[in-house]
Design a protein around this ligand. Structure first.
Ligand code: GLP
Length: 241
């Protein structure tokens, strides 16, 4: 496990952006992308770098870590829509360069299973960008998620639904109740992981994930058992270490 502490969030974003460009665009490996405020800043930088000095994006293949079930695929709150807006549009990716759960029909459970099978048939995700929740969740794998979980459907907790209500002014009755996420086992099978955390709100989760013995109450603590994970932190996120 590698822990890299950089002074500012801007430095973290730059390092993560270059990781994405190197692995997804230059190496052309299937790259998993988290959506959230942390990674949004990274993708904005990738887009800005592309705008300034366009690089070859033809080999890029990206896939979502998680998504809501039951909201329109083009709703701005959906993770698929955010990946399209933050990466596909600015990098001019063709739709076949994106692998998204929304492409699979069925119940959320069936979607999760079909999505994971599709990723496996493509040779599996080779590198994954991860954010971390303030409770150390990864994707939609909240505290208590079994370490052995494959991709699965989840009931969304109330705080997530309220966040969607506030942030995207979604009407209460249109709020999704379910999500689809890669599981902790799925994440552990990816050969290379980059966890990005910035800001004081993440300091406790970072500390617990790195210092507490692996425990299902702290989802990201499982990463201590991963052979090739880099934690990329700014000084604030690392402040309790
Ligand atoms: C969210 C998402 C994750 C994201 C994480 C951190 O719930 N499901 O994909 O990485 O939590 O989000 P943020 O970067 O906005 O703090």
């Amino acid at each position: 496990m590698k822990i890299e502490i950089l002074q500012t969030a801007a430095q973290v974003n730059a390092k993560a952006a270059w990781h994405f460009i190197r692995r997804a665009a230059f190496d052309g490996v299937l790259t998993g992308v988290a959506t959230g405020d942390t990674t949004r800043a990274v993708y904005a930088l990738v887009a800005a770098l592309y705008e300034t000095a366009p690089f070859d994006t033809s080999k890029i293949r990206i896939c979502a870590l998680d998504d809501y079930a039951g909201i329109e695929g083009d709703h701005p709150a959906s993770c698929s829509a955010r990946i399209r807006a933050q990466l596909q549009v600015p990098l001019h990716l063709r739709s076949e360069q994106l692998i998204l759960p929304e492409a699979f029909p069925g119940t959320p459970d069936a979607v999760a299973q079909a999505y994971e099978e599709r990723l496996t048939s493509l040779g599996g995700i080779q590198t994954q960008l991860l954010g971390i929740g303030a409770d150390a969740h990864l994707g939609f794998c909240r505290p208590g998620t079994p370490f052995c979980s494959p991709a699965h459907a989840v009931q969304l907790p109330e705080d997530t639904r309220q966040m969607l209500h506030r942030k995207y002014t979604l009407e209460i009755e249109k709020l999704p109740r379910c999500g689809v996420t890669l599981g902790l086992k799925s994440i552990m099978q990816i050969p290379e992981l980059l966890v990005i955390a910035t800001g004081t709100a993440k300091a406790r989760a970072v500390y617990d994930s790195l210092h507490h013995a692996p425990d299902e109450r702290i989802p990201a603590s499982i990463l201590q058992l991963h052979p090739n994970v880099t934690w990329l932190l700014d000084a604030e996120a690392a402040s309790l270490l």
